[in-house]
Write a protein that binds this ligand. Structure first.
Ligand SMILES: *[C@@H]1O[C@H](CO)[C@@H](O)[C@H](O)[C@H]1NC(C)=O
Ligand SMILES: *[C@@H]1O[C@H](CO)[C@@H](O)[C@H](O)[C@H]1NC(C)=O
Ligand SMILES: *[C@@H]1O[C@H](CO)[C@@H](O)[C@H](O)[C@H]1NC(C)=O
Ligand SMILES: *[C@@H]1O[C@H](CO)[C@@H](O)[C@H](O)[C@H]1NC(C)=O
Ligand SMILES: *[C@@H]1O[C@H](CO)[C@@H](O)[C@H](O)[C@H]1NC(C)=O
Ligand SMILES: *[C@@H]1O[C@H](CO)[C@@H](O)[C@H](O)[C@H]1NC(C)=O
Length: 666
């Protein structure tokens, strides 16, 4: 590809407590900072600041003897003014590069996150973190970020296969790297002409197992951010990975003997200046917490511009054609569904009915015929569909296309054969098909799908209506989350905030969302927790029968947990399977449904907890109980409430708009 124009995009995968994600423009360099809101601020001229300054000056005055293979563990001060810092330079960099990078990073962070007690900063050759808590030896995968090259690879399947193998190999090599350096880089050929170059690194204070876990979370992030792109960087506090279609790393300096065999030396590169002659644009899409309007507007502008730039730069290839091919014509879809005949109807949901269809090429699809006006113009609707269609993950139902004709708006999805999780879980007979191994896999798959929506996808999506009937199962019982992005397709709203329109299902909705309309990634985490408890118990969230009494599942789970009898929650039909895993899932479920929003883990943490038994779990605090704990057993109903009348005129939708209620396919 002779193109000299490389456009990089940041896709933010930062959780919401991160206030700023900062724009950086430069040659091959990038810089990104996460100022962590939840850790609080220090006051100017305080002891905390003095300690932080002392750490900064230690970092910028490193001597040769301090190098320690690019890893620094620093701390200053006592108790509430204690500052810990961990810095890590890229494994292939020498001390000069490392010092320069740390110097620059220190001054960037001073500017970008003034007064924040806790910060993570990434740049080309180093990562620097500091906080008022232990960092050394802690495995952390959040906040995170990613950066990708907008150029496509030519043979995506082969490329991804080669990349996957290479990264798996590198991850185990890095993890086994020992206490001085956990780094590995190598290349792999893709077919005859292509080569993929990749590098992975963990903070060396992690154990081998933790390093592997961290890199596996990072690797999972590729699917969301970079799949099919020629280059990508996935940044996490404790580890990162990068791959490119061109060489970008150098030979690392050898470790002292006995050397754990250093990675095979790649051709030495003058990486530092690499790409200096080519115009490289780094655009960071700024993601910021709702509140700073200016920032928001700016970010929208940047995003818009980015989209335009991209369209322009790809105007000559088939990007545009590909987009258009997502549009189906009404006649085709009508024919595919026998003119939306009742026989083809799979279900009726708040957004409209869903029909099974077979396209002329034989592909089975599910067609959602939107009943209400989405409140958006055609162009806007189309743009949103194109964005949502880009969300592709093994655990999401794929949106294949759309149809716009007159008043008709259709969404065409892949057809998922095995209906939804609730049809199995809450059915006396079918339940037996879900043994523990299956259920455990379903929990993991749903978690990965949500993580992708929250952190790894180019758009950041809060589902807002996660529930068992929204988890579809394919022929291999792999879970696929349905109906994500509906909020986007209907109402343009921010990624976090207050909404006057509560869309969700009682029993699954976090209390702050149900009562105050506040939604965030953590309200999805809550719903996930409910699903986990349902999967373990085989009981619907709001009709759990505990002997005589009808109690809601969460109260019941909490009661058992406190009594030390959590085993009682487990579905009696689950005879085989690891009790350890089940107990751990109950524990995780309870962590997710905690009343205090900040106490609930992020999905990245949930996945770590699921992946690795070496991660210890905090004690859950009291969960949020439902206001309606005596809901009639089989009634699961949805609400569409205007919790804030004064705001409702800002919402494009008015009266009988959608509730994400009953979902396809029923
Ligand atoms: C911390 O300070 C920054 C300004 O440096 C401000 O934007 C942010 O809201 C503050 N956060 C808290 C939790 O006070
Ligand atoms: C890293 O710093 C922490 C905090 O000061 C300290 O407890 C720990 O022992 C240090 N570890 C090493 C290996 O220096
Ligand atoms: C880092 O900055 C300090 C001053 O802040 C300077 O004395 C030192 O030479 C710098 N080191 C490098 C490698 O640029
Ligand atoms: C980009 O990828 C898509 C498939 O994801 C492919 O159809 C298209 O041809 C690619 N474009 C370029 C420029 O390689
Ligand atoms: C990684 O791949 C190389 C060959 O490319 C092989 O020699 C090595 O054993 C592999 N390492 C691991 C940990 O899989
Ligand atoms: C790819 O890596 C191998 C070692 O695994 C090395 O011998 C070779 O030179 C590398 N190729 C390129 C083009 O860097």
């Amino acid at each position: 590809m002779g193109s000299s124009r490389l456009l990089f995009l940041f896709c933010s995968i930062l959780p919401f407590f991160v206030a700023n994600l900062i724009l950086g423009v430069g040659a091959d360099q990038f810089f990104q900072a996460s100022c962590v809101d939840t850790a609080g601020n220090y006051t100017a001229n305080s002891a905390y600041q003095a300690n932080l300054n002392s750490i900064f000056s230690q970092l910028t005055s490193q001597t040769e003897t301090d190098f320690n293979y690019g890893f620094y563990n620093l701390s200053a001060g006592q108790n509430s003014n204690h500052v810990n810092a961990v810095a890590l330079c890229r494994g292939d960099r020498n001390q000069d590069d490392c010092n320069t990078c740390l110097n620059e990073t220190v001054s960037e962070l001073r500017q970008r996150c003034p007064l924040y007690k806790e910060v993570v900063g990434w740049s080309e050759f180093c990562t620097l973190r500091y906080a008022n808590r232990d960092l050394f030896g802690e495995l952390e995968t959040s906040p995170g970020s990613c950066l990708y090259n907008v150029q496509n690879v030519t043979d995506a399947d082969r490329f991804n296969q080669a990349l996957d193998n290479l990264l798996t190999n590198l991850s185990s090599r890095a993890a086994a790297g020992g206490p001085l350096r956990k780094y590995a880089a190598d290349n792999s050929t893709v077919g005859v002409f292509q080569t993929v170059y990749a590098m992975v690194q963990c903070s060396p204070d992690l154990s081998e197992q933790e390093c592997g876990d961290c890199l596996s979370v990072a690797k999972d992030g590729i699917g969301g951010c970079c799949l099919g792109q020629r280059g990508c960087r996935i940044l996490r506090p404790s580890c990162f990975l990068r791959y490119e279609s061109d060489p970008f790393y150098q030979t690392p300096i050898p470790l002292p003997s006995p050397p754990p065999s250093p990675p095979p030396p790649p051709r030495p590169q003058s990486t530092r200046g690499n790409g200096n002659n080519t115009t490289r644009i780094i655009i960071i899409v700024v993601a910021s917490v709702v509140g700073i309007l200016v920032l928001l507007v700016t970010s929208i502008c940047i995003f818009q511009r980015t989209r335009k730039t991209r369209q322009h730069s790809l105007a000559n290839d088939d990007e545009v054609i590909r987009n258009d091919s997502l549009q189906f014509d009404f006649a085709t879809v009508g024919a595919a569904t026998n003119n939306f005949s009742d026989a083809n109807k799979l279900g009726q949901g708040g957004f409209g009915a869903v029909y099974k269809g077979v396209l002329p090429d034989g592909q089975e699809v599910a067609v959602k015929r939107l009943s209400s006006d989405s409140g958006q113009g055609d162009v806007e609707f189309k743009n949103e569909v194109l964005l949502v269609a880009k969300l592709q993950h093994r655990n999401l139902v794929r949106l294949l296309g759309f149809c716009l004709e007159g008043q008709e708006r259709l969404l065409i999805y892949e057809f998922v054969p095995n209906t939804s999780l609730d049809h199995f879980l809450f059915d006396q007979v079918k339940r037996a098909q879900l043994d523990w191994e299956r259920r455990y896999k379903i929990i993991g798959g749903v978690a990965r799908g949500i993580l992708y929506l929250h952190e790894d996808s180019r758009l950041r999506i809060i589902h807002r209506d996660l529930k068992a009937s929204n988890v579809l199962l394919d022929a291999e019982m792999i879970p696929k989350i349905a109906d994500f992005g509906m909020a986007r397709l209907f109402v343009r709203d921010e990624t976090q905030g207050n909404t006057s329109r509560v869309v969700g299902t009682y029993g699954y909705m976090a209390p702050e969302y149900a009562m105050r309309g506040q939604f965030s990634v953590k309200s999805d985490v809550f719903s996930f927790g409910v699903i986990v408890l349902e999967i373990i118990s085989g009981q619907k969230n709001n009709c759990f029968r505990d002997g005589e009494t009808v109690e809601d599942l969460i109260s019941c789970a909490w009661k058992y947990w406190r009594q030390g009898t959590a085993m009682n929650l487990i579905d009696p039909t689950l005879r085989g399977g690891s009790r350890n895993e089940m107990m751990r899932c109950i524990h995780i479920g309870l962590l997710c449904v905690q009343e205090n929003v900040a106490d609930r883990p992020t999905m990245a943490t949930v996945i770590l907890m699921l992946n690795s038994f070496s991660v210890s779990l905090p004690m859950p605090s009291q969960p949020a109980f439902f206001m309606n704990s005596n809901i009639d057993s089989d009634m699961s109903f949805s609400v569409v409430s205007e919790s804030n009348q004064s705001k409702s005129e800002e919402m494009p939708l008015s009266q009988n708009e959608a509730s994400i209620t009953d979902l396809y396919p029923r």
